[in-house]
Every structure is written in structure tokens, then in C-alpha cells.
Write a protein that binds this ligand. Structure first.
Ligand SMILES: *Cc1c(COP(=O)(O)O)cnc(C)c1O
Length: 387
């Protein structure tokens, strides 16, 4: 059976998949049903709320174990994690860094914090992430490999790194990207902010780049209130990450000596306590989110002209945020759909405004980004909390 597409039929389809006993269904609400109160209370009772305490170490260990990386370094948020990642791989002022134009603002901002220049890449519909084949063709045209690295023939700047992002938790196509990075001498830094619990060909996202960033903001799959982490398999980079995120202070019984410009990016123990409790529930969250995604996928198969995003064969996604994609011909229905659902207490959101359209990034270099522009017009995120 197929139903005719309309904002009303789409609203009904969403409603049939989410609880019907509430006035308001958010896009992604945090879920605290484990040891959150106990662990946070322990912090308060012992006075270890800030930059020292056992929960930070525990949180880092759990994170490394879960993602399969050798080391995780907890920081204040995902944006700070990205900033540190870029520093660690040697991104410097006036370098160019490749990233999808279809991403959250933090990816571009972290590059700008380094004094580097975001260089925007198109996305593909199969993953909603950076299109590695299109990037390869583009680099064939613009890149020149020299002993000192990869250079942009047209701007003469060094191209230092690529930052793919796993959009709404869905893994980007990593194999061709890893290969491309080797060929062009580019550092691979994953923005895995949204993809905790997502795997590409059996290996966790964030375990492919030399360094990767995750986020534990309030709307992510597990939260520390605000928080993030740097993931890496390189012990010396992890050590350096710890050092520069803790003001680059050289350990000493009483001296305050800092050997470089560091950052106060360390995750407070209080936030880590929340994170430890959240982490215990991650397997349950993942299970529930897959079940919700399945329900959406089934019901949207009955409506023509729209589809619910499904993971490609190489991916196991955390389904952090479920995605509806209207067909090209239905794209103009998007705003009416946003209007109706939000008025009815079902929170939905459009795609982020593409980075190259924002005032501070509109002059940055970019390739043809027509696919990202098409996706931007047709995409809607629908409620994806743990129900
Ligand atoms: C959430 C997010 C970040 C940054 O995380 P914060 O913890 O909010 O700083 C970075 N990139 C993407 C794609 C995100 O979704």
C-alpha cells in the first residue's frame, strides 16, 4: 500500500512511531535512568567536582575501550576536541583544511581557530557525508604533491588535512578516503561528534583517523552536560593532547611552569561523573535507537516521494538523528512540513545552512557542492530520543 505524500500524511507517519501520551516530542532529549544521580552526588559529597578526580580517568578508559582506540582524552566540548585534533596533526595558520560544507558549524570553526582556511567539499546521498570519489577527482585538478606536502595549485597554500564528519551518526565512506589521504599526504581527522556507537566495516568511527573528536553535548547520544574527547591510537599524541588541554603545565610539586601555549580544555570531574553513568546505558540507547529507526523506515516505505535514511551496507549506524529526505519534486513541501509538525508538538528541524553560505566562510575555497545544496533543500530531522 502506498499513501499520497502530504505534510499531514508525513505527520501521521511520524506520530505512529513515537509515544502518543505526550504534548511535546523533542528532537533529541537526554535520558537519565541509570547511576547519574549517584555518581554526581558522589562528586559533590567528596568535593571532587573540578579538574581532578577519578571519574575523568574512568570516563576516558570506558571511552577508549568502547571505541577500540588506545587512548581517549576528555575535554570541555566537541569543538575544543576538534581544535586540539587539528593542532595535533600540525594544522597551522594559512593551511587549507578540507571538510564537507554540509556539517555543523563547529567543524569549520575549529579550523578557523587554528588560523587555517576551511575548503569545502561536496557530500553524497548514500552516506550524507563527504563524497570521497568527487574529492579525488577535484584533487587531481587542484592538488600538487611536493616533498613538504600537498599544495593547492591555485591558492598556493598547503592543504594539510581532511575532516570528514559522520552525519547524524551515519558513517562516511572511509575506505576510499583513507586511501586518498595516503596518496595526497593529507592527515585524516574524523569529526565523530555525532557517531558514538557507529561502525564502518566493523571498526568504530573515530578509530580511522590519526586523531578524532567526539562530543557529549546535551543533545548527543550520551551526554556529560557539555563535553568532548580526543581519540587516538598514538600514545605520544594522546600525551600531548592531555598536556595542551591542561594549560601545558609541567608537573611539579609547587612550581607553575608552562612550556607552551596551552588551553584550559579539561573536562571537569562533575561532567565526567555524568558521562560514566550515561556510558553504562549506551548499549541500551543504541538498541532503542535502532528499533525506532526501523519503525520509521517501515512506515515511510508506504509513502511515495519521501524516504527515511537507512545505513548503507558497510555501516552500522547509531541512528543518532533520523533523517527524512524528500524527492527533488517534493522539495518545496519542506517548509509546510516543518510548520505543521512543530505546531503539533512534534519537533523537526531542517538541515544546517551550508557552511559556504555563512558570512564568515562564503569567500573560502570550495568545489562544486551541488549535491550538498540539493540535500540541504530536501532534508528534515525527526524526533530521535531514546523512547
Ligand atoms: C555537536 C557537534 C560538534 C561539537 O560539539 P560541541 O560539544 O557542541 O562543541 C562538532 N561537530 C559536529 C558535527 C557536531 O554535531
Amino acid at each position: 500500500m502506498t499513501n499520497k505524500i502530504s505534510p499531514e500524511s508525513i505527520l501521521d507517519a511520524i506520530k505512529s512511531c513515537v509515544p502518543n501520551d505526550r504534548d511535546f516530542i523533542g528532537l533529541h532529549e537526554p535520558h537519565f535512568s541509570g547511576n547519574e544521580w549517584a555518581y554526581v552526588k558522589e562528586c559533590l559529597d567528596t568535593g571532587w567536582v573540578s579538574s581532578v578526580g577519578k571519574f575523568v580517568d574512568q570516563f576516558e578508559e570506558k571511552l577508549a575501550e568502547f571505541t577500540g582506540v588506545k587512548r581517549a582524552v576528555a575535554v570541555v566540548n566537541g569543538t575544543a576536541a576538534l581544535h586540539v585534533c587539528l593542532k595535533l596533526v600540525g594544522v597551522e595558520a594559512n593551511d587549507e583544511v578540507l571538510l564537507p560544507t554540509f556539517t555543523f558549524i563547529a567543524t569549520a570553526n575549529a579550523i578557523a581557530y587554528c588560523g587555517a582556511i576551511p575548503h569545502f567539499v561536496d557530500s553524497e546521498e548514500k552516506t550524507l557525508g563527504l563524497d570521497p570519489l568527487k574529492l579525488d577527482l577535484y584533487l587531481k585538478d587542484i592538488a600538487e604533491i611536493r616533498p613538504e606536502g600537498c599544495f593547492n595549485k591555485y591558492t598556493r597554500r598547503r592543504i594539510k588535512a581532511v575532516v570528514p564528519m559522520h552525519t547524524f551518526g551515519h558513517p562516511v565512506d572511509l575506505d576510499p578516503l583513507v586511501e586518498l589521504c595516503l596518496r595526497y599526504h593529507l592527515e585524516l581527522v574524523e569529526d565523530a561528534a555525532e557517531s558514538l556507537g557507529s561502525y564502518y566495516k566493523g571498526r568504530h568511527t573515530g578509530n580511522w583517523g590519526r586523531v578524532s573528536a567526539v562530543s557529549f553535548n546535551g543533545n548527543k547520544i550520551v551526554t556529560t552536560g557539555g563535553g568532548g574527547a580526543v581519540l587516538t591510537n598514538d600514545h605520544s599524541l594522546a600525551k600531548w593532547a592531555k598536556h595542551i588541554t591542561t594549560t601545558a603545565k609541567v608537573p611539579h610539586k609547587w612550581e607553575f611552569y608552562h612550556d607552551q601555549i596551552g588551553y584550559n580544555y579539561r573536562l571537569p570531574n562533575l561532567n565526567a561523573a555524568l558521562g560514566c553513568a550515561q556510558f553504562e546505558q549506551l548499549p541500551l540507547f543504541l538498541q532503542k535507537k535502532r528499533a525506532l529507526a526501523k519503525r520509521y523506515q517501515e512506515v515511510f516505505k508506504t509513502i511515495e516521494g519521501i524516504r527515511c535514511f537507512e545505513e548503507p551496507e558497510f555501516a552500522l549506524s547509531n541512528y543518532w538523528l533520523n533523517v527524512l529526505l524528500l524527492n527533488e519534486e517534493q522539495a518545496e513541501m519542506r517548509d509546510a512540513l516543518l510548520e505543521l509538525t512543530n505546531n503539533q508538538g512534534i519537533m523537526t528541524r531542517p538541515a544546517w545552512t551550508l557552511m559556504h553560505k555563512l558570512p564568515m566562510y562564503k569567500e573560502c575555497p570550495r568545489m562544486d557542492v551541488s549535491k550538498a545544496e540539493s540535500i540541504e533543500k530536501r532534508l528534515i530531522n525527526i524526533p530521535s530520543s531514546v523512547f
